[in-house]
Ligand binder design. Structure first.
Ligand code: AMP
Length: 424
């Protein structure tokens, strides 16, 4: 017996329906904001992710599924969505005929992480990327789109945490202040942080292993290193959020794990009182340097990614899914072989007219066929025997009210159209 790979999941029955429900609600909301879908490959040249996330990021240094193909190319299963979208945006020169491009994606991502509640090795992300002018209005509109999605799904216990990590000059001066702060504690930091100290000291603040280290609590805040412009930009973002009645909390420690972010960074943290408490449902930020660092024009982007698996788990916990069973409009029971052939024809006629129809493929006895009716719970049923097939007159039974009506074959579609919603 084979088993699924550790950290992966099978979605079927109810959960598969929940997955598609989520996809529908999310894409309905996001299309109102003018986003269009982009579908990029699940693998890219490894360099795409190394360049965007940075050598020192957890993703690149520990979590990527990297392999050589038969042509000796180093390829990587995408650990996140932004890098591939940026690669595609530039490769296809999409900047040439639009000043603003808004994309969304939904698909599997792969990270070699320790599986636990809400953390998988293959997980699904919905995300958006907007390429265009650097303006606080766009930043806030992107944040609002995520907020609207949580609202449409009915998830209430979500806190928007936001911070600014400033522009390049703010970051450089902050890096040196941080180094000064952590220098006396270097011996007691984890091996990763010792490396980060030299290469990218901001990352120390993101460390999971050292999160309770006393020096973390006393670390200087990036807010004090922001340049005048970066501070003004951040204040504007907060002001627009307030005008839009979007509640937020400024979290000074939020620096995000990836190299490409600049200015606005944010996370949506689940605050419910269960095992998912404090998990991030989504996260993102603005990236001013990513497109140029990929060889594209000097255009900023902003985006976020949301964890579909986590959202499903939390919505299940909170009972937020509507009933998602697909009940068929019609189930046809048949008493002999010729009637089954006729039933299949009728089913086909119903289906091509847009009604869902099912039949029992195996049995001629009614008892097992009624079991199927019980399981599928259709709106209408009909028993087809010699008489029905010869007269082409069907006794349609409303499965709820148990009322029966004799309907001629050519009137069946009209009958269903009229009666399906009111009586079913
Ligand atoms: P990140 O790119 O790490 O900021 O991730 C964005 C969102 O994807 C997170 O907020 C989570 O909701 C989700 N996510 C990230 N990693 C995982 C994982 N290993 N399993 C499930 N969801 C994840």
């Amino acid at each position: 017996m084979y088993q699924k790979v550790k950290g992966t999941q099978d979605f079927y029955d109810e959960v598969a329906r929940k997955f598609r429900y989520l996809q529908k609600v999310i894409t309905d909301v996001i299309s109102k904001f003018g986003y269009e879908e982009i579908i990029t490959p699940v693998f890219e040249h490894t360099e795409v992710f190394v360049r965007s996330s940075g050598e020192e990021s957890d993703i690149v240094s520990k979590e990527m599924y990297t392999f050589k193909d038969k042509g000796d190319r180093s390829l990587t299963l995408r650990p996140e969505g932004t890098a591939g979208v940026v690669r595609s945006y530039i490769e296809n020169k999409m900047y040439a005929n639009a000043t603003l491009k808004k994309f969304y994606y939904l698909g599997p991502m792969f990270r070699y992480e320790r599986p636990q509640a809400g953390r998988y090795r293959q997980f699904y992300q919905f995300g958006v990327e907007a390429f265009g002018p650097s303006t606080a209005f766009l930043d806030v509109d992107v944040i609002i789109s995520a907020w609207e999605i949580f609202r449409a799904l009915g998830i209430e216990n979500v806190e928007l945490q936001i911070n600014s990590i400033g522009d390049f000059s703010s970051r450089t001066s902050y890096a040196s202040v941080l180094k000064e702060h952590f220098a006396p504690h270097l011996d007691t930091l984890c091996p990763d942080c010792k490396r980060r100290y030299d290469k990218n000291p901001l990352r120390i603040l993101d460390c999971k292993a050292d999160s309770n280290h006393p020096a973390m609590k006393t670390a200087p805040r990036i807010a004090n290193s922001l340049s005048f412009d970066a501070r003004a930009y951040f204040e504007k973002v907060l002001k627009i959020l307030e005008a839009g009645n979007i509640p937020y909390r400024v979290n000074d420690n939020l620096v995000r794990g990836l190299d490409y972010y600049t200015d606005t960074v944010f996370e949506f943290i689940y605050t419910g009182d269960d095992e998912f408490k404090n998990l991030a449902l989504g996260a993102g930020g603005k990236y001013a340097n990513l497109v140029p660092s990929f060889g594209g024009p000097d255009l900023p982007g902003i985006g976020y990614g949301m964890g579909i698996d986590r959202i499903i788990a939390i919505m299940e916990k909170q009972g937020l899914f509507p009933e998602l069973k697909n009940k068929p409009a019609f189930v046809l029971l048949s008493l002999d072989e010729d009637s089954k052939i006729y039933s299949l024809k009728l089913a086909q006629m119903l289906r091509s007219a847009g009604f869902s129809a099912e039949l029992d493929y195996l049995n001629y006895n009614l008892k097992p066929q009624f079991k199927l009716v019980e399981r599928l719970d259709p709106a209408f049923i009909a028993i087809i025997g010699e008489e029905e097939r010869n007269s082409r007159k069907i006794t349609v039974k409303n499965n709820k009210t148990k009322e029966q009506t004799s309907v001629r074959e050519e009137e069946l579609l009209a009958y269903l159209k009229e009666n399906l919603n009111e009586n079913a």
